[in-house]
Design a protein around this ligand. Structure first.
Ligand code: IMP
Ligand code: MG
Length: 182
């Protein structure tokens, strides 16, 4: 069995950067004269958050959380463990959670419930990618980069078994092929 590897490029680096520029314009308008705290969810969102905040033309602060969902990589269970919490309280602040991808939305719903209980002034989500499962669930995601079909993707922060995060584009994971039998 050959190793899974990146296949067809779904979103090129140029399209990613163009869309991130548009999102940054919208976010800069929406959060002007507010107290913006951008919260990145490790590790998948690191490249997205880094490119996004550098396009903002308003002040902001950064913080990070790391979570792990129980269950396999392909099917999250909705039970989430916080591996790294925020450095500072968020009470009264305008919090924008930046995610790499929302699939079932279970990880994010847990995270949002947890953050909402800390009384921020506002709580919104910016996800680079979404899949159909999330759209059926009707999670309210204020900013979305690209809506994808139900395919497993890697690159630009997204991994398969911790590999391929460094690719500057989003590609479909090609599962690899079985060697011919006999
Ligand atoms: P959810 O709880 O089902 O929304 O799972 C979200 C998490 O699953 C993301 O933050 C990713 O870590 C991971 N994930 C979901 N779909 C993909 C994918 O296509 N490629 C890589 N990681 C994915
Ligand atoms: Mg992951």
């Amino acid at each position: 069995m050959s190793e899974p590897r990146p296949g067809e490029v779904l979103v090129s680096s140029a399209r990613l950067q163009a869309r991130i520029g548009e999102l940054a314009v919208q976010i800069s308008e929406d959060y002007r004269n507010r107290d913006l705290l951008v919260v990145g969810v490790l590790k998948g969102a690191v490249f997205f958050i880094a490119d996004l905040v550098r396009e903002l033309d308003i002040p902001c602060e950064l913080d990070f959380m790391a979570v792990s969902s129980y269950g396999s990589a392909a099917h999250s269970s909705g039970v989430v463990r916080i591996l790294k919490d925020l450095d500072s309280p968020i009470v009264g602040r305008d919090v924008l959670v930046v995610e790499d991808i929302i699939d079932s939305g279970l990880t994010l719903s847990y995270l949002l419930r947890n953050l909402a209980s800390r009384d921020p002034a506002s709580l919104e989500v910016c996800s680079l990618l979404t899949k159909p499962g999330h759209r059926r669930r009707g999670l309210d995601t204020r900013y979305v980069g690209f809506d994808l079909e139900d395919v497993f993707v890697v690159g630009y922060g997204l991994d398969h078994a911790e590999r391929f995060r460094h690719l500057p584009y989003i590609a479909v994971l090609d599962p690899g092929t079985d060697p011919p039998q006999g």
